[in-house]
Design a protein around this ligand. Structure first.
Ligand SMILES: CC(=O)SCCNC(=O)CCNC(=O)[C@H](O)C(C)(C)COP(=O)(O)OP(=O)(O)OC[C@H]1O[C@@H](n2cnc3c(N)ncnc32)[C@H](O)[C@@H]1OP(=O)(O)O
Ligand SMILES: O=C([O-])CC(=O)C(=O)O
Length: 379
């Protein structure tokens, strides 16, 4: 029993060159580059290129990469028809998961020779990754719009990834401060080593299944509130608390009821999440832009109370939730935005897994009944 590591806590299951999470130094490196520097100096497109290729692009490589991404932004009409069939009561994560599945089935039709096994060819998988990444904003934006009774907005190929996603969601490009804050969130959400959804993608890939199946499964893992679903859950907590004055009492009651406080705590970081200061600075700029000091007061009050009471610090979902709220996204759209970013990290891991694959299949310790005979009456 002592050998069992519940939740694989502390277990190193493989190597990776995609990113390094270091809780001791509270740092996060993508392919060797500190994520804070990337958020300040690189666009999300450059970061996506870095995660997939291992190096930042030069000007020519970036132009070619952006051109390919921009050429694949249109929502496939068949995918739109499928989204339209889904009820408005379906969670947006269910819609994105279904859309990725449909995109994958349509792509498989174009390459029937692949059969059950996914391609192990890096170039084929890279092409799929970029095209899927390019189309996700259309799915996410259209789903929010249809819930508001609005029509699809066509993509613009003169805009970067983040500006275009905002344009397709809201029908206009917001001020630079908003686009920049959104782009920072995309950079910060892109990759985080062997988190639950990435590990899920690697498990699926390890059976030599295809990239779309890996991403579909990863979306399912990300949906849960202990993982990506927390950014949505944070906003629900803010709505429940109401105002800064109510934060301390609300927290006392929630902890007494043994509730997990969404947006706080982390499996790896025990002394704060490396990405929070960068996202909090972006949130501060949004709070000033939208003139919402009340939201910041609530944010600070709940964080202070949680640190005092439990010494547990915020994770990335804590500043991201209110940031997306200020930008105008519906709360249920927050976790799909995480997907739009993390699909880059997931697919980088799919390709890495295939480079040195081993079927992922751990053991379990059986604790059920000893062997026994089936009674004759049950025959
Ligand atoms: C992008 C991301 O996915 S980041 C994670 C997003 N998830 C959340 O914000 C959900 C809220 N947080 C949590 O549930 C947890 O902190 C997790 C799941 C993220 C990490 O959990 P673990 O590594 O398993 O930590 P664990 O559950 O062992 O926590 C240790 C102790 O801190 C407590 N704790 C940890 N996080 C919280 C929290 N958010 N609220 C209240 N108590 C907490 C646990 O209850 C436990 O207390 P105990 O020892 O008295 O039982
Ligand atoms: O690393 C984790 O367990 C969760 C997380 O922060 C992420 O996936 O970004």
């Amino acid at each position: 029993m002592d050998d069992i590591k519940k939740g694989l806590a502390g277990v190193v299951v493989d190597t990776t060159a995609v990113s390094k999470v270091n809780p001791e130094t509270n740092s996060l490196l993508y392919r060797g580059y500190p994520v804070q520097q990337l958020a300040e100096r690189a666009s999300f497109e450059e970061v996506a290129y870095l995660l997939w290729h291992g190096e930042l692009p030069d000007a020519g490589q970036l132009a070619e990469f952006e051109q390919y991404e921009r050429a694949h932004r249109h929502l496939d009409p068949v995918v739109k028809d499928v989204v339209d069939l889904l009820p408005l009561t379906a969670h947006p994560m269910d819609v994105v998961r279904t859309a990725v599945s449909v995109i994958g089935a349509r792509d498989a039709n174009l390459a029937p020779l692949e059969g059950h096994a996914g391609s192990v060819d890096r170039d084929v998988n890279l092409g799929k990754s970029i095209r899927l990444w390019a189309q996700l904003p259309a799915v996410i934006a259209y789903d929010q719009r249809r819930r508001r009774g609005e029509e699809l907005v066509e993509p613009r190929d003169d805009l970067g990834f983040s500006a275009n996603l905002l344009h397709m969601t809201f029908g206009e490009v917001p001020e630079l401060v908003v686009v920049d804050a959104f782009d920072v969130s995309m950079v910060l959400y892109a990759e985080h080593s062997f988190n639950a959804s990435t590990f899920t993608a690697r498990v699926v890939t390890s059976t030599l299944s295809d990239l779309y199946s890996a991403v579909t499964a990863a979306i399912g893992a990300l949906k849960g509130p202990l993982h990506g679903g927390a950014n949505e859950a944070v906003m629900n907590v803010f709505d429940e608390v109401g105002s800064a004055d109510a934060a301390v009492q609300w927290l006392e009651d929630a902890l007494a009821a043994k509730r997990k406080i969404m947006g706080f705590g982390h499996r790896v970081y025990k002394n704060g999440d490396s990405r929070v200061p960068t996202m909090k600075a972006a949130l501060d700029r949004l709070v000033e832009h939208y003139d919402r000091p009340d939201l910041l007061a609530l944010y600070d009050a709940l964080e202070t109370a949680m640190v005092e009471r439990k010494n547990i610090r915020p994770n990335l979902d804590y500043p991201s939730g209110p940031a997306y709220h200020l930008m105008g996204f519906d709360t249920a759209t927050f976790t799909p935005l995480f997907v739009a970013s993390r699909v880059t990290g997931w697919t980088a891991h799919v390709m890495e897994q295939l480079e040195a694959n081993a079927l992922i299949r751990p053991l379990s310790l059986y604790v059920g009944p000893d062997e026994r005979e089936v009674p004759r009456s049950a025959e």
